[in-house]
Design a protein around this ligand. Structure first.
Ligand SMILES: *[C@@H]1O[C@H](CO)[C@@H](O)[C@H](O)[C@H]1NC(C)=O
Ligand SMILES: *[C@@H]1O[C@H](CO)[C@@H](O)[C@H](O)[C@H]1NC(C)=O
Length: 252
């Protein structure tokens, strides 16, 4: 059986009059009630309540006000005779109830998955303390979980700090910072859980820039060593040749 979705939108106003002894409360309550997603069964009610006693109410299914006591009946008759008011109530089923409900239905079902990046805040070096930042942005709704993983194991404690931002445009962003000493071969990743994602998103920190730097250094060193060897060999061969040249001359 399909579960029944029940929406209720309340738009109310309250008058409150304080005398020396008692508190009198007059309430005007607008209710929009529906159970179908297409909002086809929307019912609009307007209630006038005085000290918790219902005086009269408008029901969109009846298309008029009904009174419940002498004062309420008088008011209902008066409202029903006001053509502009009855026209307005009729329109409000659409302009107030369905419009609001569409907004709420959309906002509860709205899901935008986050975009996630992992970077170091400054130029990182192996063996040095570095801060990595995992940025999740452009997501909706607000609920999100961000965790750091080192070689697949969750990192906890005060090495992590977070920053949450409401962009004010139906999207949020969250930054999670991790302070750590980088080590070669240790995979650091950021895991993000969000209702807009089918499964948690795991983004590994890309250490290639660091590794390439080391690789470049290694290649540079190799070339230098190679050059040194070549130079020494050449010098040695030259020396040998010269030496032989000099020493062998008297033999001929
Ligand atoms: C709700 O979503 C529907 C379909 O995505 C769209 O046509 C409609 O304009 C939205 N309503 C509001 C109030 O955002
Ligand atoms: C975040 O983690 C908590 C605890 O594990 C879990 O109950 C919740 O559903 C998670 N939230 C999201 C958006 O995945």
């Amino acid at each position: 059986m399909r579960t029944l979705r029940l929406g209720l939108v309340l738009v109310g106003f309250v008058f409150c009059c304080v005398s020396s002894k008692d508190v009198y409360v007059f309430q005007g309550i607008d209710e929009c009630e529906y159970s179908k997603e297409d909002l086809s069964d929307m019912v609009y009610r307007v209630k006038l309540v005085f000290n918790q006693k219902l005086l009269c109410s408008y029901d969109s299914r009846l298309g008029k006000y009904v009174g419940y006591d002498e004062y309420g009946i008088k008011n209902a008759d008066h409202f029903n005779s006001q053509i502009w008011k009855m026209k307005q109530r009729k329109e409000e089923l659409e302009t107030l109830c369905r419009a609001d409900a569409r907004f709420y239905v959309n906002s509860t079902s709205r899901k935008v998955p986050p975009i996630v990046t992992v970077r170091s805040t400054e130029k990182a070096h192996y063996g040095q303390l570095t801060t990595l930042v995992c940025r999740a942005y452009n997501f909706y709704p607000q609920a999100i979980n961000m965790t750091w993983l080192m070689d697949g194991l969750e990192v906890t404690g005060d090495v992590i700090s977070t920053e949450f931002m409401d962009n004010g445009d139906w999207s949020y962003q969250m930054h999670s910072y991790l302070d750590l000493e980088l080590h070669r071969g240790v995979a650091v990743s950021c895991r993000v859980e969000h209702s807009g994602l089918e499964k948690p998103l795991v983004i590994q920190w890309d250490s290639t820039s660091l590794d390439t730097r080391i690789a470049k250094l290694a290649v540079g060193c190799s070339f230098f060593l190679f050059g040194l060897i070549v130079a020494f060999s050449a010098a040695y061969i030259y020396y040998k040749r010269q030496h032989r040249g000099f020493s062998s001359l008297p033999l001929f």
